[in-house]
Design a protein around this ligand. Structure first.
Ligand code: SF4
Length: 305
């Protein structure tokens, strides 16, 4: 089995240094592209993610609904963190991403959760909405790796990540799985309450790809390392699929693994946004697939409809 990348940083002592650096970043937080610059070690006041120095875990366990390359046959070891740095009006997990849920954990407890998922046979540790909890994640990985964690880490993010956070994660994360939600900043502002999503998101995806490259899958079909992008097709072309797939093909790699997601359904606050208050049509999804193929992308994870 290929070793996870964080082991070499563990052995060199660099992983412990990253933990120290990450907690320093918490004192004027720039750990996501909101750049709140508040001291989260003192208070959550002013932090859009409403999270202090400890992570809040909403749930964890083997997950069999992720991409085949992640779930394999024993499941992806998913850890859902409470709160988020985005405020998507259509969030399917809004009960944990935009409301209090779960329990605050110390890094030692988070490490124990990671090790328990490994003991249950999961193929990877899948960190869901991790951007605002980079510091406790790094602290937990240090503890867990010392105690025998050997699974690849999946950074399952909404894609609004700061380059400061990604620098801390360089050589720690094996698989980056960012969303690319929008191509239009105004659309992102309306539906996720961020001003500059496309520019931030593209810079982040470029840096992720620089660190880990195209997705590498082992002989058993399990992802080991690389970039896996998710794009949720929205009604009325609001996700800007054409520009997303052109960016991936031309500025990342035509071999980018792209999951074109068809499962959009109205929930949470979309009653206030009539244009989003319906599922996508078969024709809309097929147009998204056509655009991805026309852009030259070769590794599409698509739904048969
Ligand atoms: S992680 Fe992002 S949202 Fe949370 S305090 Fe830091 S900059 Fe703000």
């Amino acid at each position: 089995m290929t070793e996870p990348v964080y082991l070499s940083l563990l052995h060199s002592g660099e992983l412990a240094e990253r933990v120290r650096q990450a907690y320093r970043h918490l004192e004027a937080c720039d750990l996501c592209a909101r750049y709140c610059r508040v001291n989260r070690r003192a208070s959550v006041r002013g932090a859009v993610c409403r999270t202090g120095e400890r992570a809040i875990v909403a749930s964890y366990g083997p997950h069999h609904g992720e991409e085949d390359v992640l779930r394999g046959w024993r499941g992806s070891g998913t850890i859902f963190f409470a709160w988020c740095n985005l405020r998507c009006v259509f969030c399917q997990n809004h009960d944990i991403s935009q409301a209090p849920a779960g329990s605050e954990v110390e890094p030692e407890e988070l490490a124990t959760i990671m090790l328990s998922l490994q003991a249950r046979g999961c193929h990877n540790i899948n960190l869901v909405s991790p951007s605002h909890v980079v510091a406790p994640i790094l602290a937990a990985v240090l503890i867990a790796a010392q105690a025998g964690l050997r699974l690849p880490l999946v950074y399952n993010t909404g894609g609004y990540d700061s380059l400061e956070a990604l620098a801390l994660l360089d050589g720690v994360v094996d698989i980056y799985m960012p969303d690319m939600k929008y191509s239009d900043a105004m659309v992102a502002q309306r539906y996720s309450k961020v001003r500059d999503y496309p520019a931030v998101n593209r810079a982040a995806v470029k840096e992720m790809h620089r660190q880990v490259g195209d997705l590498v899958v082992d002989a058993e079909g399990i992802a080991r390392r690389g970039l896996l992008v998710r794009h949720l097709v929205l009604p009325g072309g609001l996700a800007g699929t054409g520009e997303v797939v052109r960016f991936l093909a031309e500025e990342i790699s035509p071999n980018t693994y792209l999951n074109l997601m068809a499962q959009y359904h109205p929930c949470h606050r979309v009653g206030l946004y009539p244009e989003l208050n319906r599922p996508i049509t078969r024709a809309e999804y097929q147009e998204a697939v056509r655009l991805a193929l026309a852009a030259g992308l070769t590794r599409l994870d698509v739904r048969s409809w």
